[in-house]
Write a protein that binds this ligand. Structure first.
Ligand code: SF4
Length: 360
C-alpha cells in the first residue's frame, strides 16, 4: 500500500490518555523533572536535557546514566564543560561511540557560552543553529525544557506510530507522515507528551513486545485491533554492509606500558587514541610492522561501524629501545583514562591487555 498523503484521521494518539498514564508511570531519570514537580514549578535544566539527549542517541538509558553522572559531576554547568580541555571531554566520552558527537558537544557548549551568554536558545529553530544539534535534538530540548509544541520523533516514537497505524512502509520512508501524526497530537504539555511517547515506546510498546492490555493508546491502535502489532514497523530491505580489513600493532614495554598515538584530525574516530595500525582496506595486505622486532599474531578483532564492518589482525611485540614514530607510552594504570574507542579496547584485549572501564 503506498504511503498515505495525509495524516490518518482521527489521530490515533490520545494525548490526554497518554498524559494521564505518564503522570502515574513516568520513569525517573537524573535529567528529568517529574510531572508533579513540574506542576509545582520546577523546570528542566536545558544543559542536562541536552547532554542526556546527545548521549541517548548513542546507547541505552542504563549506560547513559553512568556517563551522565560522570559528566555532570565533572562539569555541572554548560560553562564548565565549555572551559574543559577538549581531550578531557573526548576521554570522558570514550566508550560511547561516534566521537564526532563528543567534539560537537564541546563545540556546542562553547557556542552557548560565547554566543548566547551561557543560556540555551528557547526554541527549536534557535537550538538548531548550535553545533551538533539537529532536528530531533532541537525539538526534544525545546519541547522538554520550554514546552514548545513541536513533534519529537525518535526510534521509539516511530515504532509506536507504525503500530498505531499499521504503517505499510518502513519508517525511514515515512518520516514526514509520522512527524505530522505526532505533531498534530502535541498538547500544551508538550514536554511531558514527548517524554510520555518515549517512555511508552521504551516500556510498553517495546521493540520485541507490545503490552497492549495496559497501553493508554490501545483504543486508537490499529495494530492492537488487528492483533499483529509486532509485525510493525516493517523492516526495510537489507543492504549488505561492506567489509574492511587491516592490522593493529600492540607494542608493550617490559613495565606493561603500551605505545599509543593520536588518530588523524579527520575521518573515522578522528583525534581519538589508537595503537599503531595499517590502513583499513577491502583486501587484506601483508602486515607492514612499524618497527623491526619479533612480532607474534595475537588474534583477530571484529567491529561493526554504521557503514562497514572491520576485521583487524592484532600483532604483539615487546618494545625495543626506540618506539616507532610519534606517540606516547601509556602505563597500565593510565590506560583507562586514554580516549581509546571500543575498537582499540578490543584490540588490546585480544593482546591480553584489559582496559578497565574509567572510574565513573
Ligand atoms: S496498543 Fe499495543 S501496539 Fe498499540 S501502541 Fe499500545 S502497546 Fe503499541
Amino acid at each position: 500500500m503506498p504511503e498515505p498523503a495525509a495524516p490518518i484521521k482521527p489521530n490515533p494518539i490520545d494525548a490526554d490518555a497518554l498524559l494521564a498514564w505518564y503522570d502515574r508511570h513516568a520513569r525517573e531519570m537524573p535529567w528529568r523533572v517529574a510531572p508533579a514537580d513540574k506542576v509545582a514549578g520546577e523546570r528542566p535544566d536545558p544543559y542536562r536535557v541536552w547532554l542526556s539527549e546527545v548521549m541517548l542517541q548513542q546507547t541505552t538509558v542504563v549506560t547513559v546514566r553512568r556517563y551522565f553522572e560522570d559528566f555532570t559531576n565533572r562539569w555541572p554547568t554548560v560553562a564548565d564543560l565549555a572551559a574543559a580541555p577538549r581531550e578531557e571531554v573526548l576521554a570522558a566520552w570514550a566508550g560511547l561511540g561516534y566521537y564526532a558527537r563528543a567534539r560537537n558537544l564541546h563545540a556546542c557548549a562553547q557556542a552557548v557560552v560565547a554566543d548566547h551568554g551561557g543560556a540555551f536558545p528557547t526554541s527549536a529553530e534557535g537550538l538548531k543553529t548550535l553545533p551538533g544539534i539537529g532536528a530531533y535534538t532541537s525539538a526534544a530540548i525545546a519541547a522538554i525544557c520550554f514546552d514548545e509544541q513541536v513533534a519529537v520523533v525518535d526510534g521509539n516514537v516511530e515504532r509506536v506510530v507504525a503500530r498505531l497505524t499499521r504503517l505499510s512502509d518502513p519508517v525511514r520512508n515515512a518520516k514526514p507522515l509520522i512527524g505530522e501524526i505526532v505533531g498534530e497530537a502535541v498538547p500544551e504539555r508538550a514536554g511531558d507528551f514527548a517524554q510520555a511517547m518515549m517512555d511508552l515506546g521504551a516500556t510498553i510498546c517495546a521493540p520485541k513486545s507490545a503490552n497492549c492490555l495496559v497501553c493508554p493508546l490501545r483504543p486508537g491502535c490499529a495494530g492492537a485491533a488487528a492483533g499483529d502489532a509486532l509485525d510493525f514497523p516493517v523492516a526495510p530491505p537489507k543492504k549488505k554492509r561492506p567489509a574492511r580489513v587491516g592490522h593493529a600493532y600492540v607494542l608493550e614495554r617490559p613495565d606493561g606500558a603500551i605505545w599509543l598515538r593520536r588518530r588523524a584530525d579527520k575521518g573515522m574516530l578522528a583525534e581519538m587514541t589508537e595503537v599503531p595500525g595499517s590502513a583499513w582496506t577491502d583486501d587484506q595486505e601483508a602486515p607492514d610492522f612499524p618497527m623491526d622486532t619479533e612480532w607474534r599474531e595475537a588474534g583477530e578483532v571484529e567491529h561493526v561501524f554504521t557503514h562497514f564492518s572491520l576485521r583487524l589482525t592484532v600483532w604483539q611485540a615487546r618494545a625495543g629501545e626506540e618506539p616507532p614514530g610519534e606517540g606516547w607510552w601509556s602505563k597500565p594504570g593510565a590506560l583507562s583514562r586514554e580516549a581509546l574507542p571500543t575498537l582499540y579496547k578490543k584490540v588490546l584485549k585480544s593482546a591480553g591487555i584489559d582496559v578497565k572501564p574509567p572510574r565513573l
